[in-house]
Design a protein. Sequence first.
Length: 192
Amino acid sequence: MSWTDERVETLKKMWSEGQSASQIAKELGGVTRNAVIGKVHRLGLSNRAGAGAAPKAAAAAAPKAKPAKPKAEPKAKPAAPAAAEAKPAEPAPTPKSPARRAIIPAGQPLPPQPSTNEIPAEALAKVSEVEKKAKKISVMELTEKTCKWPVGDPATDDFWFCGLPSQAGKPYCEAHVGVAFQPMSSRRDRRR
DNA sequence: CCCTGATTCGC
DNA sequence: GCGAATCAGG
């Protein structure tokens, strides 16, 4: 398979939508997630741009020597130029917030329950976006791999669980993890 | 072990 | 340019 305009278009679209590389690969067919990621990088959209892309520009290119075990001596580490600008006003963070009363019946552990604290508009937007395509599964269908974020009022039939694929070890999907946990300041970090 | 994206490097 | 292999991490 080759990267036709159409396929690239789909790739861009899905990537900016937050789809994972494997999902995109599956959708396109004929390619692996590696191929997708590789293409994403070559296209220069490794960073999920599109909307609230925080301009984390000029990352200090630590002039540290890497004593590690270099397979091959790289020529240099050209710190990315990172021309970050274009800051489209973040669309209003979803005023769509019907009176949500206590979710979760009588459970004790309930990490979520936003509204009290300020959650990044981006995170909220992400959640509402996710809730639209949530699988809406019942409690019976929850597994180790499904997001267990409850939505709606348990007292009504308008209650379901997100059900989207959760990260290993985490009870929620990426989006819900974002609003469930405050300390999400440990991300975006150049490895190696 | 499941998954994620990131990077390298032979092709 | 491509993507498998590899790596780093949740």
